[in-house]
Design a protein around this ligand. Structure first.
Ligand code: SF4
Ligand code: SF4
Length: 361
């Protein structure tokens, strides 16, 4: 293999989820339960990943705990030497299901919260009692001794509570917390007017994170993901297209990122047809935006090209209609006006959420 292997495999086990977050990272068209890969195929995928040199597997969804074979998959990951991380909403977690995962060798849990408070949290998840279940899940995880990261997705309807989110993470005994502004593609783009903060709210969140980093230095790691729309330059999406991550969808499509199913005019490779190593090395979907050869101006002559890799391909497609364009969030991109106009058109009052409903998308 001439391309260095990916560091991580993102195993999207299912799109099923009892929650309905309006910023969900899943595609707008959700995979059905009947089409999901079976246990044996997921185990083979992990075997292939380990042989390639992948170090970590992230079990994600949807809600990965909706899969009854999750402990078997975790045990298999441990058996082939993959560090396992479970990304969960926590609402299906209970003492018995957690004990099964711990016994199988689960290394880490990332627990998502919609807010620091129950009512607004339950409103975003569109599930009464979800927040209370998450609090209980966090306590169980810490008591079990599994390292815990909390994830909070930030937007215009909860930005003022970032200090409370950081306090909650500290009180619950998380080792790490991620304060991540919403990314605006897929469901997030559909709900952009209901979610996009203003600059003052962004500044509040930046200040809260800076203060907490000082106060909690050495005790809790705080990751902060800023909203692309107010950045001068884009993020290095997935650490560069086809460079660090491999995403396998519930039905076995292999993608450079979870949103890449939106890319037009390209075949989506599948674990049913060929090996992960062959897909990583040769599939056009992976090679088409890898490195810098594909870049148009202004990226082609930009000194940041190997830092941000031209930004997000799916965002370029969603906003500018061209996956091969410079990410419009970049202030040098010819399509940057699209982002400026979206900010200017942000309504004073947020519209109602369009919830991500499994089965009705
Ligand atoms: S973002 Fe919300 S709806 Fe989407 S998978 Fe996560 S918990 Fe479920
Ligand atoms: S021009 Fe391209 S490479 Fe340069 S900062 Fe903007 S998106 Fe990144």
């Amino acid at each position: 293999m001439t391309t260095p292997p990916p560091m991580s495999l993102l195993a999207e086990l299912t799109h099923r989820c009892p929650l309905q977050c309006p910023y969900c990272s899943n595609p707008l068209r959700l995979d059905t339960r009947a089409a999901e890969l079976d246990t044996a195929t997921w185990c083979r995928v992990m075997d292939e990943a380990a042989i390639m040199g992948v170090l970590q597997v992230h079990f994600s969804g949807g809600e990965p705990m909706a899969r009854s074979d999750l402990p078997d998959l975790v045990r298999h990951a441990a058996g082939v030497g993959l560090y396992s991380n479970l990304i969960t909403s926590g609402v299906l977690l209970n003492p018995a299901s957690l004990a099964a995962l711990a016994d199988a060798g689960l290394d880490h849990i990332q627990l998502s919260f919609q807010d620091a408070l129950p009512d607004p949290g339950d409103r975003v998840a569109n599930m009464t009692g979800a927040h209370a279940k998450k609090l209980e899940a966090a306590r169980l995880i810490v008591a079990e001794g599994i390292p815990l990261t909390l994830n909070f997705v930030v937007h215009r309807q909860n930005a003022e509570r970032v200090p409370a989110m950081l306090l909650l993470a500290e009180q619950l005994g998380a080792r790490r917390v991620e304060i991540a502004h919403t990314q605006y593609y897929g469901w997030g783009l559909l709900n952009r007017d209901a979610l996009l903060p203003d600059r003052a709210q962004l500044a509040l969140t930046e200040q809260a994170v800076a203060e907490a980093r000082t106060r909690l230095a050495g005790r809790m790691t705080i990751d902060f993901v800023t909203p692309d729309y107010y950045a001068e330059e884009p993020k290095p999406c997935m650490g560069g297209w086809g460079q660090r991550f491999m995403n396998v969808s519930p039905t076995g499509r292999v993608l450079p990122c979870h949103a890449a199913e939106s890319i037009p005019n390209v075949e989506f490779p599948s674990v049913a047809e060929t090996s992960l190593a062959d897909i990583w090395e040769n599939a056009p979907l992976f090679t088409m935006f890898r490195g810098t050869d594909w870049m148009p101006e202004p990226c082609r002559s930009c000194s940041a090209q190997t830092q941000d890799w031209g930004g997000c391909r799916c965002q370029a497609l969603a906003l500018a209609g061209k996956a091969g364009a410079a990410d419009p969030v970049c202030h040098k991109a010819p399509d940057h006006g699209i982002v400026e106009r979206a900010i200017a058109a942000r309504p004073e009052t947020p519209p109602a959420f369009r919830y991500r409903r499994y089965g009705s998308a």
